[in-house]
Design a protein around this ligand. Structure first.
Ligand SMILES: *[C@@H]1O[C@H](CO)[C@@H](O)[C@H](O)[C@H]1NC(C)=O
Ligand SMILES: *[C@@H]1O[C@H](CO)[C@@H](O)[C@H](O)[C@H]1NC(C)=O
Length: 281
């Protein structure tokens, strides 16, 4: 476990607390009663995140420029990388993608539209990375505060973070919540699983019914990301595991294990940072 990876925010508050009392402090995680999850426990959290989250950022790499991929060179007259600016070979390319957890091994399911750049890159041999983050359905009751509010803050009503929250992307500390990147390659899902995949995928993405395989507008097919590596950040480093997860564990986790845990903020009334028993902000 890398305790040293605590974020500056944590160190900052810990420093203030230590300064305030002038006493040597035990490690932050002990003081706050945290037990850092093991890589295995983190993998279970990751699988739950995958089960409950339906959007991700899919990153691919553009294939090298080559005569066959430049416009007007294909014998059928269709350019395979139409209008791609030159010199993009090797450039990474990340885009939002619909994801569903339709198989049992933690290999995310996607519906590849054949004209989409990401899937063209994958077909041209790109390895891929899919990043997903946990977005809790409820904001926390208790927010993280990274500073001691001044009298002026109280006077101006800024003590509860409301004023600053207008600039925040989300009403919680996203940096303290789980996220992962799964790395691997794209493989077609077996055609005989099409009905099963369609039902599962449309449950996660009702609008995707318009571009299921066999639709009249786009050529599409179900694919799986065959996971080869998993990089995990469970939250701040003093209370969460950060690092690579054992991929065999990732694939072997059962639905029961996934159903038996909860991620932060799945229920109302959560504290995103329960350190108030040792630092009164
Ligand atoms: C994909 O990753 C593998 C290692 O897992 C590597 O051997 C291969 O060269 C990569 N493919 C491309 C196109 O970069
Ligand atoms: C997979 O899980 C089962 C039981 O949950 C266990 O017996 C088995 O050893 C695990 N396999 C691996 C490769 O971890």
């Amino acid at each position: 476990m890398k305790l040293s990876r605590g974020l500056p925010l944590i160190s900052c508050v810990a420093l203030s607390a230590a300064t305030a009392t002038n006493e040597p402090q035990p490690p932050e995680s002990e003081r706050a009663g945290y037990k850092i999850p093991t890589p295995y426990e983190s993998a279970v959290q990751g699988r739950r995140l995958l089960a409950l989250t339906t959007l991700g950022t899919l990153a691919t790499v553009f294939p090298d420029d080559s005569p066959s991929s430049s416009p007007n060179k294909r014998s059928d007259g269709v350019s395979s990388q139409e209008n791609r600016p030159p010199g993009m070979g090797g450039m990474p390319h990340g885009l939002m993608e619909y994801v569903a957890d339709c198989e049992d091994e933690g290999n995310p399911t996607m519906l590849a539209i054949n004209v989409e750049t990401s899937f063209k890159n994958a077909r041209a041999g790109s390895n891929i990375s899919l990043a997903m983050q946990w977005a809790p359905p409820y904001p926390p009751n208790k927010r993280i505060k990274s500073y001691y509010p001044s009298f002026l803050d109280y006077f101006l009503g800024r003590s509860d973070g409301v004023a600053s929250s207008k600039k925040e992307a989300v009403p919680y500390s996203a940096a303290n919540l789980p996220r992962f990147s799964v790395l691997g390659y794209i493989a077609n899902v077996e055609p005989e699983k099409k009905a099963e995949m369609s039902a599962c995928f449309v449950k996660a993405h009702p609008d995707a019914k318009y571009w299921l395989p066999g639709n009249r507008i786009h050529e599409s097919e179900f694919v799986r990301l065959v996971v080869q590596q998993v990089y995990w950040i469970g939250g701040f480093g003093d209370r969460a595991y950060i690092g690579w997860l054992p991929v065999n564990d990732w694939k072997n986790i059962t639905r029961k294990e996934i159903e038996d845990i909860k991620l932060p903020g799945e229920k109302k009334g959560w504290d995103e940072w329960s350190i108030r028993d040792w630092v009164e902000l």
